[in-house]
Design a binder for this molecule. Structure first.
Ligand SMILES: Cc1ncc(COP(=O)(O)O)c(C=O)c1O
Length: 463
């Protein structure tokens, strides 16, 4: 293979010299150097020094069916030989795009019968923003254009999706467009202690109603939410929150958009988080797991209410991408969904591996550094604290969780710290033995971490 004839150091140097990574502090990376990843198989990946890791993050919450699946690879090769690409712009279509649309409609919430294709989760959310504003304009209410998102939400990194998201450091870097408003997200561990889950759910949903009233219902187009915050750190809403926000959206005629870029395609133990949490969204954004990350594809499932207006009123929707409905990515998505179905992965997560994963996480809850564990299906947040008895936070905030990633790697496990929360989202094909391994690696990493904190030897942290 043409990548095999160079040393790790040479790749790392060239990486520093030429490759600007996403979401990276370039000065820091130049000192620490990147891990050069070279191979994946099943739930494992290898670096260029031959170290093997269990991928507790499924790439980036996307490699649902695991690495190196011949079914997906063969589907790409076959479609590339047949018709690698053709656009869908000028009254042309292609078979994989249509067949995938049929398949997505089959697994989606029942009132969603159309799909718009894009290349990523960010573009899916951008598209959803365009769609809700276009919808209201077609309905003769163009002033209904403000979009409400939540703090801690991550909807992507285009200027519009980042403006919608709830990440202040992103807003500060020229991603803070007008026309967006934000409300706090339910985060009971921090902001709802002492309240029953139900009472907190009602309270958190009331923040949406307050914001709609403040902006004026006649100006609010839509409310966007993720069923579970992924990049925002595995934060879960109380169960009753979803029915409440749905009720509030109907009351004020505000569209509901469900960003399932992380939650979709079995991650929560159902095809979509909307099924798990009983949501009836007007639009549903997806990406990641639709192709298990083998090729980039995203999209928006469109509910009947919006689809009917688009189709009945007509007029061009001035939006789309060269690769919308790319035949090869759609063929890979079809092969991926076939694997998920054939292997019964959604049911397996729901009935078997999800509960087994939850028990593994619960077994860590006695550790001094673990403040809370929460999960649904194969998606989890582990809240790290200085001492579980007092729930005192780890200091310095945001920095120290990073150290945990390295300790996990030392024990052969890939995790993702988000502030002081660990996000875990392994491939859906993970086995009991691999979940056991995760549990052991997490406990060892927690023990090492506690030792470093007690001895004041956490690298890079002054004591
Ligand atoms: C919920 C959610 N929405 C949108 C995105 C953006 O997706 P992408 O990175 O494919 O643009 C992400 C990415 O992690 C996400 O987690």
């Amino acid at each position: 293979m043409r990548f095999d004839n160079r040393t790790t150091e040479s790749w790392q140097q060239a990486d520093i010299d030429h490759y600007l990574h996403p979401f990276t502090d370039y000065k820091g990376l130049a000192v620490e150097k990147a891990r050069v990843m070279v191979r994946g198989q099943g739930c494992h990946v290898w670096d260029s020094d031959g170290n093997r890791y269990l991928d507790g993050l499924a790439g980036l919450a996307c490699v649902h069916v695991g690495y190196a699946r011949p079914e997906l690879i063969d589907a790409a090769a076959a479609q590339m030989r047949e018709l690698v690409f053709f656009n869908s712009f000028f009254k042309a279509t292609n078979k994989p795009a249509v067949a995938l649309a049929e398949k997505l409609v089959e697994i989606a919430p029942r009132h969603m019968r159309h799909v718009f294709y894009v290349n990523s989760g960010s573009e899916a959310n951008d598209t959803a923003i365009r769609l809700v504003r276009h919808y209201w304009a077609l309905e003769g209410k163009p002033e209904k254009s403000v979009v409400i998102g939540r703090e801690f939400a991550y909807h992507g990194s285009t200027i519009a999706s980042a403006s919608l998201g709830g990440m202040p450091p992103m807003h500060a870097q020229a991603a803070d467009l007008p026309g967006f408003a934000h409300i706090p997200t339910p985060y009971q561990f921090l902001t709802g202690r002492g309240l029953s889950e139900e009472a907190y759910g009602v309270l958190a949903a009331s923040w949406l109603e307050d914001k709609i009233r403040e902006v004026g219902p006649e100006r609010v187009a839509a409310f966007f939410l993720e069923c579970v915050h992924g990049a925002g750190g595995g934060k879960f809403a109380p169960r009753n929150y979803f029915a409440e926000v749905q009720r509030i959206c109907s009351k004020y005629d505000v569209l509901l958009v469900d960003d399932e870029v992380v939650c979709g395609f079995g991650r929560t133990g159902d095809w979509f988080g909307a099924h798990t949490y009983g949501l009836r969204p007007d639009l549903l954004c997806f990406a990641k797991g639709v192709t298990s990350g083998y090729v980039p594809l995203g999209g928006v499932l469109v509910g009947d209410r919006i689809a009917r207006t688009l189709i009945d009123k007509g007029g061009e929707f001035y939006h789309g991408f060269t690769y919308s409905g790319h035949p090869t990515t759609c063929a890979v998505a079809l092969a991926n969904l076939e694997v998920i179905e054939r292997e019964g992965l959604v049911r397996r997560v729901h009935d078997d591996t999800g509960p087994y994963f939850a028990r593994m996480l619960a077994s860590l809850a006695d550790h001094t550094l673990v403040g809370e564990v929460r999960s649904v299906g194969l998606l989890a947040g582990v809240e790290l604290v200085r001492d579980r008895a007092t729930l005192e936070p780890l200091q310095p905030e945001g920095l120290i969780g990073e150290r945990f990633r390295d300790l996990g790697l030392r024990h052969g496990l890939i995790t993702r710290p988000v502030g002081e929360t660990l996000l875990l989202a392994p491939p859906l094909v993970i086995t009991h033995a691999e979940i056991d391994f995760m549990g052991q690696a997490l406990r060892r990493a927690l023990d090492d971490f506690q030792g470093e904190i007690e001895h004041g030897t956490v690298p890079g942290i002054p004591h």
